[in-house]
Design a protein around this ligand. Sequence first.
Ligand code: PMP
Length: 351
Amino acid sequence: MYSFEENIRKVEPYVPGEQPTGKVIKLNTNENPYPPAKGVTEALESMNTDLLRKYPDPTADILVKELADFYNVGEEQVFVGVGSDDVLSMCFLTFFNSDKPIFFPDITYSFYEVWANLYRIPYTCKELDKNFEIVPEDYYGENGGVIFPNPNAPTGLYQELDKVEDIIRHNPDVIVIVDEAYVDFAGESARSLIDKYDNLIVVQTFSKARSMAGMRIGYAISNPHLIKCLNDVKYSFNSYTMNQTSLVCGVEAVKDRAHFEETVHKIIETREWAKEELAKLGFEFLDSKANFIFAKHPEYDAKELFEAMKKENIYVRFWGSRRIEQYMRITIGTKEEMETMFSFLKRYMNK
Ligand code: PMP
C-alpha cells in the first residue's frame, strides 16, 4: 500500500541554542554583546519604507560592492546570502555533488552533517586529534569536497594559514570551503589564498564580529567562476534573496571599520581575561581564538553546572554529546556579564 511517509525526507534536525526572553546573561549562541554600528541604527530609523513595497535587488549589488571594496576584491568575487548558514547550504547544493564522500571534522559545526543528510551527500567525518586539533593529512585522501571552520566550532581552535593551505593544495580537484564565521577574532583569513587556488571558497558572516546575528547576512568570497555558480543556483531558490532592510543596514555595518575593529578588540581582550579567570577557578579549556571558550571543570559535572547557571539566568551552551560530555561553551559577553558569571561560579564552588 502507498504511504506518503516513505516519501518524506527525514533528517536529524540541528538543535540551536535557546533564545530566552527577558533579562538574562546570554552566553550560549556566540552573539556579539555590543550593538551594531551607529549607521545601522540610523539606517533603520530613517528607512524609506517605500523600499519595502518593492522587491529587493536579487543580486544584492549595493552590499556586494561595499564588501568588495572592504576586502579589496572584485564585485564578481562576492556572493551574499541570508546568514552564512544560507551561503553554506547553497555551497553544499552547488559544489558537493560527487559520489565520493565529502570530508569534515568530527567535532565541528553540526549543521554540516544536517545539510549532507538533507541533500543526500555522502560524507566521512575526520576525528580531531587528542588535543582537538584538525589533522591536515586526514583530508588528503580521495573525496568529493572538504569543509571545515577556522577557527573550529565549538573548540575555538584556529589553524595557522599554512595548515589550511596544505588542505587546499592537496585537494585540487574538489572544492574546499573554509568557514570563517569567527576568523575576525582569530588571525589571518584564507581570503589571501583565493587568487592562488581556484578551488577555494571562504565563507564569513555579519553575525559575530559585526553584531548582526538578527539581521541574517553572510557572504562567500572566491573566484568569479565559483561565485557565478553560486548565483546560478541561488536564482533558482529565490526565497534566499536578501531583504531590503538587510541590504541597507549591511552596507552601513561594513562602512564603519572603526566600530568593527574596536568591538573585535574589546571581545579579544575580555576573552583573554576570561581565560585567566577560568584558570583560577580550576577550569580546563582550549586556547580559543574565537568569541567563545570551550571549557570543562575536572571536579564539577558540566550538566549540573549548566543547570545551576541557568537557574541564575546565565545561559551557556552544553551538549552532553560524545567526547565533549563534560564541556560547556561560553560565549564572550561584556566584561560586566562575564564578571557576573564568575562571581556566581565562585559562589557555587565556594571559592
Ligand atoms: N559557521 C559556524 C562555524 C557557526 O558557528 C555559525 C553560527 N553559529 C555559522 C556558520 C552560521 O552563522 P550565521 O548563519 O549566523 O551567519
